[in-house]
Ligand binder design. Sequence first.
Ligand code: ATP
Ligand code: MG
Ligand code: FE
Length: 353
Amino acid sequence: MLILGIETSCDETAAAVVARDADGRGRILSNVVHSQLEDHARFGGVVPEIAARAHVEALDGIVARALAEAGIGFADLDGVAATAGPGLIGGVLVGLMSAKGIALVHGLPLVAVNHLEGHALTARLTDGVEFPYLLLLVSGGHTQFVAVEGLGRYRRLGTTIDDALGEAFDKTAKLLGLAYPGGPAVERAARAGDANRFALPRPLLGRDSLDFSLSGLKTAVRQAAQAAAPLTDRDVADVAAAFQATVAEIVAIKARRALAVFTKQTGVTAPVLVVAGGVAANQAIGTALRAAAAAVGARLVVPPAGLCTDNGAMIAWAGAERLAAGLVDGLDAPARARWPLDADAVPKLGSGQ
Ligand code: ATP
Ligand code: MG
Ligand code: FE
């Protein structure tokens, strides 16, 4: 089956065509991402109103390109999927309404996809990972461990009690005068830095906690930056390196704990740990997680960086999985600013596959 996927929940206008074969394997036929970076850069963050307008202007052209690059037309599609939340509501509305129009005009089933489910299922598209697996979702708005037990069956094991990890990267970048978006800029700066010059706190919230707290770390980064001001390139590199090494260590420790909990709960002794969301593109965190997984006999799967950050292929794939399971949405499907992955709002299936 061929699915068109549309993603407009934040600052990427994206569309993709993904094929799902009868055996459940996926193939990306096209994946077009138009970043609005330049529209938001001078504000140091995403401006919702500007984002929504930019989606309106770009989306039709992006969808046309996704179909053209896949070498197909609307008539060849078996369904259309769009992010229905969570995200900036103006942008979500633009993508979802566009998908509804396409569904109506071309007589196609509509799938209203939870953006987080898109991130969560990407590893099944890229690596054919089978249920159940442990997901570490680390993005601009979310930081959580989720037991992925089947399609629509997500159980949250831990989450952040304050900032998301991507948000912490973005705020650290801002403090250091680095370009937006912060994650890639901090990673680049950290390469030349000495991670040991500044000692930062490692809030672990007790021996067994799978929750994260990153706001204290943010304060410590600000104090280190203020103490070293005016910042030389060396200072920036050292603070960036200390921050990145600290979060990598925290994430690795929590991942080991989460894998132990997952194994205890599911009985799976050599589990797969999947990392998803924009921060999964970070190589230092990837290296720390690989070691943590190996230490307990688990396998780490990290999709390619371009499929970790927001894209249309992940939405098309989640749509394909749902459609194959007979889960279709009506043209009255609502756009949601908030939509937890483990909420009942995600229809549950009976089987684990
Ligand atoms: P959500 O998925 O929670 O709604 P989002 O869609 O905005 O949020 P993503 O697009 O998945 O988030 O990821 C963007 C985040 O990933 C940003 O905070 C960005 O700084 C961070 N990020 C991207 N690349 C890297 C990197 N190499 N290292 C660290 N963080 C990164
Ligand atoms: Mg984004
Ligand atoms: Fe995202």
